[in-house]
Design a protein around this ligand. Structure first.
Ligand SMILES: NCc1[nH]cc(CCC(=O)O)c1CC(=O)O
Length: 318
């Protein structure tokens, strides 16, 4: 910190999608900001995005999860909001020019969860049982491990997905444990899947706060919300995906953990049909962002050396 005095913000408007999870996350940030800055008027500006409206097509087909963040960026551009709260998992690997990630908050449980009315785990599912997920990453890892199961698309926000499960269309579904826990739906989880069995999505379970790059005042005001270990881990994960030219819909799993300053980074890139998967693991001493970035790029290179580019080219149809 320099000796310049910090003026706390007087008002802050948080842009968010209006799903229950998105609102919970925005309220979580609002509550943090209110306790940090009791004099500040912190408000939530809820918006419906294209990603919320188009539910009949896969995310990969409609141009990826960037659709969830674009409207929020426009709101910041037009001055209707100061910051946007996102599930980091839904944030494109490269932000558009003029925007920046101001803070990454402490990660929740990063694992995927098995939710099912009748089956305690994936292991006990009979041949041909239908598992619901629209994530190519989950599909690819699921099919590789359980080739006897069927995978069927499942889109919509958390409540919609749980409703579709309850309507009986699926033996069970895969969801991020973090989202269920945040909404108080943790009791619906039958089993959490270890990261050794299924690598989470880049940034899963972490919240990212986005601002306009020309707002250094906000960068400073939001810095207490930044959780450095989480920020370093997700930077490494995002670098893997960026290094492969991936997007939020590429079937990449990447998960970094830090013990002290020792970062372990694991990644997988697989075809959705489960027929091929590339794995890479690396570790390094990481105490600052550039080292996390370098580790991520190194893991991306390891995947490249095994033929990631050809595998990604095969995915072109998605
Ligand atoms: N793609 C939707 C989405 N974005 C973030 C979460 C969960 C919370 C998180 O990972 O932070 C979810 C739901 C899911 O994957 O089950």
């Amino acid at each position: 910190m320099t000796s310049t005095t910090f003026t706390p913000p007087q008002s802050l408007v948080i842009a968010t999608r209006e799903s229950r999870l998105a609102l919970w996350q925005a309220e979580h940030v609002r509550d943090w900001l209110r306790s940090l800055y009791p004099q500040c008027d912190v408000r939530i500006f809820g918006m419906t995005t294209q990603g919320d409206q188009i539910l009949d097509k896969s995310l990969a087909k409609i141009g990826g999860k960037g659709l969830f963040v674009k409207e929020l960026e426009i709101a910041m551009e037009q001055g209707h909001a100061d910051l946007a709260v996102h599930s980091l998992k839904d944030v494109p690997m490269e932000l558009p020019p003029g925007f920046a990630l101001a803070a990454v908050m402490e990660r929740e449980d990063p694992r995927d969860a098995w939710v099912s009315p009748r089956h305690a785990s994936l292991d006990e599912l009979p041949h041909g049982a239908v598992v619901g997920t629209s994530s190519l990453r989950r599909e690819s890892q699921l099919r590789a491990r359980y080739p006897h199961l069927r995978v069927q698309a499942l889109r919509g926000n958390l409540d919609t997905r749980l409703r579709k499960l309850d309507e009986g269309q699926y033996a069970g579904i895969l969801l991020a444990a973090a989202g269920l826990k945040r909404l108080g739906l943790g009791e619906r989880v039958r089993a959490v899947i270890s990261t050794g069995d299924m690598l989470p999505a880049v940034g899963q379970a972490a919240l990212g706060i986005e601002i306009r790059a020309d707002r250094p005042d906000l960068l400073q005001a939001l810095s207490p919300l930044n959780h450095l270990p989480t920020a370093l881990c997700v930077q490494a994960e995002r670098a893997v995906s960026r290094g492969l030219g991936g997007s939020c819909t590429t079937p990449i799993g990447a998960y970094a953990t830090l013990e002290g300053d020792d970062m372990l980074l694991r990644a997988v890139l697989g075809l959705p049909d489960g027929s091929r998967a590339l794995h890479a693991t690396s570790r390094a001493r990481v105490i600052e962002p550039s080292q996390a970035e370098a580790l991520g790029l190194q893991v991306a290179q390891q995947l490249r050396d095994q033929g990631a580019d050809a595998l990604l080219a095969q995915l072109g149809g998605h």
